[in-house]
Each structure stands twice: as structure tokens, then as C-alpha cells.
Design a protein around this ligand. Sequence first.
Ligand code: GLY
Ligand code: MN
Ligand code: MN
Length: 445
Amino acid sequence: MTTDYRDLYGAHVNEVRRRWEAALETAGLDAAVVHSGTPMYGFLDDYEYAFRPNPHFLWWLPLTHHADSVLLIRPNRSPLLFYYQPDDYWYLPPSDPEPWWADHFEIEVMREPDAWIEAVRSRLPEISDGRIAAIGDAPSLEGVFGPEAINPQGLVDRIHVERTRKTAYEVACIQQSARLAASAHVAAEAAFRAGASEYGIHLRYLEDCRHTDTQLPYNNIVALNEHGAVLHYQQRDIEPPAESRSFLIDAGAAVNFYASDITRTYARETGEFADLIEAMDTVQRDLVGGVRAGVDYRELFLDSHRAIAGVLRDAGVIRVAPEDALESGLSRVFYPHGLGHFLGLQVHDVAGLIDNDGAPIPRPDGHPALRLTRVLETGNVLTVEPGLYFIDTLLAKWRAEGDASMVDWNRVDALRPYGGIRIEDNVLVLDDACDDLTRRAFAEL
Ligand code: GLY
Ligand code: MN
Ligand code: MN
């Protein structure tokens, strides 16, 4: 049984409203304007970049392709939406508001993109600029508000922390997004087994989850063979390779802009690379098993280094104990990214590196890529994505500058043609465990 996110939306809006009103009070503010964003054009061009709305706007409203709409938030008043719906025949304008979300707002339809400015002023005649915040990156905000009113850090940090505590509606959207992605991952694996190219696999993925490229939460990583060692590989060869040995796919989906972010790795044949994938799968499951409220994610991250170093030692790739691999920096040669990050309206969701008061929480020394340093709370949604790669440039650097005797280079050469392994799930933190939304989605297919 799954709950339709529409049934949870009213409670979500009420909760977002409660949290915003508390944040405004703490910041000593009387109102906030949240702008959805304005399309950006290429330099000297009349084509737009793909539009990505202001996530603070999306937290309130499931309006994913709605540029130049504006929300006015005032304590103890219904939120007021200035809904931009131009009379246009070049582009398709947004459709009329749908009751499932619109019933929770006061709405005024605007035909001009800047019509909100006078409309807001007329609503706030008695409020001075110093008591309003304007949230967003629309150029028109700068013409209306002073710099101190636009995205004030204290308020933004407070809202960012609130966004780490997902409502039932948000969890339902992410779960639905995980289902779409899981189904498309299965289709992509079948395309790999059938010998498709990276490009062909990508098309199969899009077809299965019924997304266009720009609807994906991030550019799919579809990597065959050595390409699996390029952490953010984006090329997608049109032709299949002569021999398709291994496949790493990092691909998600989006529901009301809530992302899933899932990675799987496959070997064509049984053998040592397939064994390595299985060992990493065990590591990943163990790490997921360690996710619960109260855990310092930095500790879990350091544990992931020890576990991956253990896999490398058992496979004969390195010759030192896991703790020595971590201390010397050798584990980072094979695993140079973080263990995971918050997930939500942004794939790398906000507030991973600050405490509840907005103060930075440092990363462990020598680990600049970690995106999450907080102590986990019930209601957080995050990724757990340990990886192990054979990256030429990092290996060459270690061989030249590190202790080369710590590595069995013949083993490295034997595994290099397979690129790398990453296994990534999205999990919801509970009081004393976590709910692995990704594995559940695969199991439910
Ligand atoms: N797909 C980007 C990431 O896993 O962080
Ligand atoms: Mn990913
Ligand atoms: Mn990720």
C-alpha cells in the first residue's frame, strides 16, 4: 500500500507554514517574498537554459516549470501566490492551478512577469524594507529590495535546517521517485546485458521512467568499462565498445522535483570483478544498517573507509591493514568521494555541513569531498554511496609520491579495465534504524 502524495500535501503546507512563521519570528521579520526564478538565456542568444526553480519555492509548491511566480508569506495569513500565467503563443503557459495544491493558497493570476512587484507593495504598505526578506535569485528582486533583504543568511540557514526534516509528503514524493528510478535501472541493466551502448542504455532509461533529459534531477552517469572510474562521467558513447565488461549507472528520477539518486554496478561475467561488487554490496548494506538518529555521519564515513580498505586488502589490491590505509591516505586513492549527502528538492540537498544554528561542522581532516557532517535526525533523507575505483591519475600520483609498496600493482592492472564500483541507496532516518527507500523500491517491482 502506498499513499498518494496529494493526500499528504495539505499537512505538508501547514507544517511548512508553521516552520516559516517560527523562522521569521526568530529573525525579527514580518514577511517574506519567495520568487520561483526567472529563465536565463545563453550569452548573446535567445535560447534559455533548462529552468530549475528556486527550491525554497518548491518546498511550498509543486510548480516545477513555473518561472516568475511569487509567494508572499505573512504570519497568521494564508500564503498568497502570484501565479504567472502569460497570454503566450510562442511557449505553452502554465496550466490553470489544480485544486489539490491550489486550495491551500490565496492565488492571484499575473499576466506580466513583474506584476508581483506592485501587488506585493500594495499588500505591505506599512512594513519597512528592513522587516521583509526576499528569497531567490531572480534579477527583479534586486530592483525591489536592498542587498540586506535578499537571502539573509540567518533566515536561509534556519530554513535549510528545516528542509532536512522531511514531512510525510516529501518522503512520499522521494519514495515515488525511487520507484520510477528503480524500474528504469532494471531496464538499463537489461540493455547493458543486451550489448547496448552508453547512449542506448541512457535512452532506454529515459523511456522507462518517462522523463526527458531536463526532467532528470541530475545528468545520468552511464559508464561502461573504464569509464566507471570517472566519478561524474558524462560522455555517453554512441557506439558500444568491442567488449562490454562492466556497467556503472548513477541515475535518478524526480517527483514534484523531489529526487532519487541511485547507483548500481554490474559485471557481465562471474569472476573477480563480480566478487568485488558483491563485497561492496555487503559493505554498503552494513553501512545502511548503521544509519539511525543520533549517528554522527562523519563516523560512518570513516567506517566506510575502513570497510572499503578491508575489501581491497581481501582482494589482494593493497597490502596494509584498513586502519593504516585510512591513516596514510591510501584508501582515498580508491575512494575519493564522500559517503553521501542529504537528498530532497536538490540532489545534494542543503544544510549538510552546518549545525542547527548555522555554524559550520568541519569535515574530518583530509576529506574535502564529504558533503554531510551532521548528527543524523529522524526524518532526514540521505544517500549512502560507498565507492571503489581504479583511477589512473590518483594511482599514478600514489605510485610516484606515496608508498608504492603498499599496493600490488599487478592486481590494480588486472582490475583497471572494469573502471569502478559504486552502490548508492536513498534512506530515511528513523529513531533506531533507517528505511532503505531504494532497496524497497527494487523489491516492490
Ligand atoms: N549523482 C550524484 C551523486 O551521487 O552525488
Ligand atoms: Mn548518485
Ligand atoms: Mn549521491
